[in-house]
Each structure stands twice: as C-alpha cells, then as structure tokens.
Write a protein that binds this ligand. Structure first.
Ligand SMILES: [Mn+2]
Length: 327
C-alpha cells in the first residue's frame, strides 16, 4: 500500500533526503528522462548526492538533458521513480533489479499507477510527469535554471505530441509558459524533438509508405514493415513509433494500422482510431489492449494471416451500430 502525498509533502521528503537514486522506466521517453535529469540537477543544486539509473540506454536526442548516470558510486538511501506506472516497467538491465525491490518515492501521472512505492505523488490529469515535477522542484525552493527548464519542457512536449494530444490542458500550457520564462529553448528543442529524424528512420518510412493499402471502402489504411525491411533500413526499432500515426492521418480514414514484424516473426500491430471508433475494442479482441484512440496487439503467423485477422476485427468495429451513429 502506498501513501499519497501532495506536492508540498513530496518536496519536503526530497529536501530531507540524501544519496538519492532516481529511476526511469525502460525504453525511456522524453518524459522519464527529462524528469530524471531535472530532478537530479535540482537535488545537486541543494548540495545533495544524486544520480539517474535506467535499464536501457538514453536515446542520443535526450543527451542534452545531461543525466548523471548512476555507476554505483554511492549507497542509495532514497530511491525515487519518475514517470513509472508499475514495477514491470523498470526493466532488467544495468543492474536495475537490485534497486527496485524497495522504492521510497514515486512521482507519476499514470492513473493506473500500481502504488508500488512507499509514498506517491500521483495526478492522472497531468499531461506529463514533468508537469507535476515542475511544481515539486519549485516547492523545493530550487531555481529553475535554463537546463532544468529544458529538461521539463522536453517531458511536457514529448508526452503531449508537442501540445496536440487530448491530455493537453490549460495547466500544461501554463507550466510550459513558466518554463519558457525560465529559459527553455523552445525553437531548438522542438526542432530536435519533432523535426529531426535519422536517415535510417526516413528510409524505413519510405518502405512503409510504399506498402500503403486501403481496405473496407477506404475506411481503413494499413502499412507494414517486415523484419528484413526493418533490418535493411538500419532503423532503431524504437524510432518506428511515430510511423504508427501515419495511416490515420489520411483524410477519410477511420482506422489506421501499422504492422511491424518482430524478431521472433510475429506481427506487432498498432491500431489508431478516429473519433467515434474504439481502437482498444479492436485490439482487445485479439488479445491486446490500450486506449480508445491508440491500441495494439501482437499476432503470430505470416503477414497475410495477420492482415486478415486484424481487418476482420476492424470491420466488426466499424460496422457496429453505435460506431455508425457516432461517426
Ligand atoms: Mn509520462
């Protein structure tokens, strides 16, 4: 059982702590890395010993956040998790398991947070953990330097798709405004985070676009990448995530699908749905899950089998009487 804290209480506990190990989630994104780095810089500004640990390598585009990597140089007395909804998400690499047996503090914005930490600051309405951490660092009495502002802005911008997703609120923009006043370099960050892609990623996109197919009278658009194509492009599979939003961006399309073949041969299917269509209902019938607008599942078998299985479920969802009324 975890005890819920408010912003002031979390700030007090962090101010009273020392030798602090900050944990990020595996397959790290801009929010968990931005928060890990920002909190580490804030604690160091108070003269404390702190470092960040992540099961996977930090993607190079986030290296400007200057995370201080933990290399066992101190014995952690307080362990803090940022943007981590459950213990499974810590991962197994980099010696992570020895530090995840007991988590003291957790700062998170996932409504389904499993309550694994002794004390949790949770706000499911925050668009990013960075939105909450801004308040905590301010309450700690630490000046928001341009570096801390850049880290927190990265968390806000990446988790909201550059302030476009439905999770974006007036408060998200208010926090972003304060970060800009504190020196966040918005133009440079947005270019780096949203307008710069590795050539390998572009090559994979070219191949996927060549495979564009329309189904169900144009209501469903589908793209796919086989394992060979992914390897041939040289892309880091983590960089393929953005391609999932490509098919649904086509005018008139109600369901967009991206099929990516996994190293074991199975197909990972990302389902994106327009308003009035339930992506999660489609994925759930094939053993997957997710959210209303974005969901996913994984299917064994060859490409043709995977396609016909997912298209049958897309058709069932699109032809549901409720879907017809809403759309
Ligand atoms: Mn997040």
């Amino acid at each position: 059982m975890t005890e819920q804290l408010n912003v002031q209480q979390m700030a007090e506990r962090l101010c009273a702590a020392d030798n602090i190990l900050i944990l990020c989630h595996k397959n790290p994104d801009g929010d968990t890395i931005g928060c890990g780095s920002a909190l580490c810089h804030a604690l160091k500004a108070l003269g404390k010993t702190a470092a960040v640990l992540c099961s996977d390598a930090v993607p190079s585009r986030y290296s400007f956040t200057a995370p201080v990597p933990f290399r066992g140089e101190f014995e952690p007395k307080t362990v803090v998790a940022v943007d981590v909804a459950s213990v499974q998400l810590f991962g197994e690499n980099n010696g992570m398991p020895q530090y995840t047996r007991h988590i003291d503090l957790c700062i998170d914005h996932h409504a389904g947070n499993s309550g694994y930490a002794d004390f949790t600051l949770l706000d499911g309405n925050a668009a990013a953990a960075a939105e909450l951490l801004y308040e905590v660092i301010s309450e700690m009495g630490v000046e928001i330097t341009p570096l801390i502002a850049n880290c927190l802005y990265t968390g806000l911008a990446t988790d909201t798709g550059c302030f476009r997703f439905s999770s974006t609120t007036a408060n998200t923009h208010l926090v972003a405004a304060k970060l800009i006043l504190a020196g966040a370099q918005v133009e440079e960050l947005n270019t780096l985070l949203f307008d710069t892609k590795p050539r390998e990623r572009m090559e994979a996109e070219r191949i996927a676009r060549n495979h564009l197919e329309y189904h169900l009278e144009g209501r469903c658009a589908l793209m796919y990448l086989t394992r060979d194509e992914i390897e041939q492009s040289g892309v880091d599979p983590a960089d393929l995530e953005e391609l999932t939003s490509l098919p649904i961006s086509i005018e008139g399309v109600k369901v967009g699908l991206l099929l990516r073949q996994q190293p074991g041969g199975s197909y990972r299917i990302s389902v994106r749905a327009a308003k009035g269509v339930d992506a999660c209902a489609i994925a759930r019938r094939l053993g997957g899950g997710g959210h209303t607008r974005a969901a996913g599942c994984e299917l064994l078998g060859n490409l043709d089998n995977a396609k016909s299985a997912i298209l049958a479920e897309v058709e069932a969802e699109l032809d549901r009487p409720e879907t017809q009324e809403e759309s």
